[in-house]
Design a protein around this ligand. Structure first.
Ligand code: NAI
Length: 350
C-alpha cells in the first residue's frame, strides 16, 4: 500500500506517542524512520515501530531521559542518553558534534546508554548538509559469527560515512558490517520471501535460504568484515564505556530494561585540511568521473553511495507514495500498541 510522506510519518508518530513517547521525541523518531522508508531502507523504517512501541510500553526505553552532555576537550564530548529512544540521542549527539567541528575543526562525540538508533546514515547526512564530512558507527547485539567460529559474538555493527559536494549532491555510504542487516531478514520474513545463501547460517553454520531458519549472520568479505565489525565495537562500545561484543544486550530479550548501547560520531571540517572549496569541488569531480565510467554488462550506470536511495525516494513520490507492507499499515492504523511479539529469550525476533 502506498502512503504519502505525511500520512506515514503521522501514523508512526501517533503510534509511538500512544506507546508513551513525548510528542517531540515521537516526531524525531518518526521523521528518521520515514527517511529510511522513503529511501527504500525498509529494514529500518516502519517495520520497527511495533518493536519500539513494545519496548517503550514495557519501560525499556526511558520516556523522560535525563541526557547529560559533557564536553571533554576542545574537539571531544560524551553524551549519556539515559536509555532514551536512540534516534533522539544520536541526533542530539550529532548536533553537538557539528557545533564542535564548526568551532574547532574536528569533533569526536561518544554516546552511551542509548537504544537502537536505526539507519545511521541519517546522522552523517546531517553533518554533510552543513558542509562537513562525517563518520558514525554503533553497536548492535551479537548475531554475526566471527571467522572460524560457530557462535555469534558481534552485531551487525553499522558504519556510515558522508561527504558534501559543490553541487548539492551528498555521498552517504551507510552499511551493516554483515552481508545484510538483520532488518533485511525481518523485511524478507514479513514479505514471505527467501534470502540468498550468502547472507546467513543455521545452527550448524550451514548457509540457509529460509529467513525463518537464520541462526547467525555472516560478516562482509570474511576476515575483513569481521575485523571491521570488531573495530566498530571497540570505537563505539569499549571507547564509550558500555558493554561490548558478546555482552551487548539483546534487542529482543527483556524489553523492560534499557539497552545501554554505544555510538560514535566523527565530524571533520574540510576547511581545516585541503580547504572547503577544494574539497567540495573535488568530491563533485569524483562523482562526475564515476558517472562517466563505461558500464559493465547488466548495469545501467555507475552510482555513488546514497544515489540510488535518493532515486528510490523520487520514484516513490512520483508513483504516489512510499510502498509499505499492508500488515504494517494495518498495525499502524490499529488501536493496538503492540502484539507482545518481541520479548523472548531468543536473540532473534519471531
Ligand atoms: P545496503 O547494503 O543497502 O547499502 C550499503 C551501502 O552501499 C549504501 O551506502 C548504498 O548506498 C551503497 N550501495 C548499494 N548498492 C550500490 C551501488 N550499486 N552503487 C553504489 N553504492 C551502492 O545497506 P545495509 O548494509 O543493508 O544497511 C541498511 C541500513 O541498516 C543502513 O541504513 C544501516 O545504518 C542500518 N543498520 C543499522 C543498524 C543499527 O543497529 N542501528 C545495524 C545494521 C544496519
Amino acid at each position: 500500500m502506498r502512503l504519502s510522506r505525511d500520512e506515514l510519518k503521522s501514523l508512526m508518530k501517533n503510534k509511538l506517542m500512544a506507546a508513551g513517547l513525548h510528542e517531540d521525541d515521537a516526531d524525531t523518531t518518526a521523521e528518521i524512520l520515514t527517511w529510511s522508508d522513503e529511501r527504500g531502507y525498509h529494514s529500518h523504517g516502519s517495520v520497527r515501530v511495533e518493536y519500539y512501541s513494545e519496548r517503550i510500553a514495557k519501560g525499556g526505553i526511558t520516556v523522560d531521559p535525563k541526557m547529560t552532555w559533557k564536553q571533554t576537550g576542545p574537539c571531544s564530548g560524551m553524551l549519556d542518553g539515559d536509555n532514551g529512544i536512540g534516534y533522539v540521542v544520536a541526533k542530539r549527539g550529532m548536533e553537538h558534534a557539528i557545533e564542535l567541528a564548526k568551532e574547532n575543526g574536528v569533533a569526536i562525540v561518544g554516546m552511551r546508554r542509548l537504544s537502537h538508533s536505526g539507519s545511521i546514515g541519517y546522522y552523517t547526512e546531517m553533518a554533510a548538509e552543513e558542509g562537513l564530512a562525517a563518520i558514525s558507527m554503533c553497536q548492535s547485539d551479537p548475531m554475526a559469527v566471527p571467522v572460524g567460529g560457530t557462535e555469534p559474538y558481534y552485531g551487525t555493527n553499522p558504519i556510515s560515512f558522508a561527504a558534501p559536494s559543490a553541487d548539492g549532491r551528498t555521498v552517504v555510504f551507510d552499511m551493516a558490517t554483515t552481508v545484510q542487516a538483520w532488518g533485511k531478514i525481518l523485511d524478507k520474513r514479513s514479505r514471505g520471501e527467501s534470502i540468498p545463501d550468502t547472507w546467513a547460517v543455521d545452527e550448524k553454520g550451514v548457509p540457509v535460504t529460509d529467513p525463518n531458519k537464520v541462526n547467525a549472520l555472516l560478516p562482509i568479505a570474511g576476515a575483513k568484515g569481521y575485523g571491521l565489525m570488531m573495530m566498530v565495537d571497540i570505537f563505539s562500545g569499549i571507547l564509550t564505556g558500555v558493554p561490548f561484543g558478546g555482552h551487548v544486550s539483546s534487542m529482543y530479550h527483556d524489553l523492560s530494561k534499557g539497552r545501554d548501547l554505544g555510538q560514535l560520531h566523527i565530524v571533520v571540517d574540510p576547511d581545516r585540511f585541503c580547504g572547503k572549496d577544494a574539497f567540495l569541488k573535488a568530491v563533485s569531480q569524483s562523482l562526475d568521473e564515476l558517472h562517466d565510467i563505461p558500464t559493465a554488462p547488466g548495469y545501467d550506470q555507475v552510482y555513488y553511495p546514497g544515489e540510488r536511495a535518493n532515486i528510490r525516494k523520487d520514484k516513490a513520490y512520483a508513483q504516489g507514495g512510499i510502498e509499505i507492507v499492508d500488515d504494517i499499515v494495518k498495525y499502524l492504523k490499529s488501536d493496538d500498541i503492540h502484539y507482545n511479539r518481541y520479548d523472548h529469550k531468543n536473540r532473534f525476533a519471531e
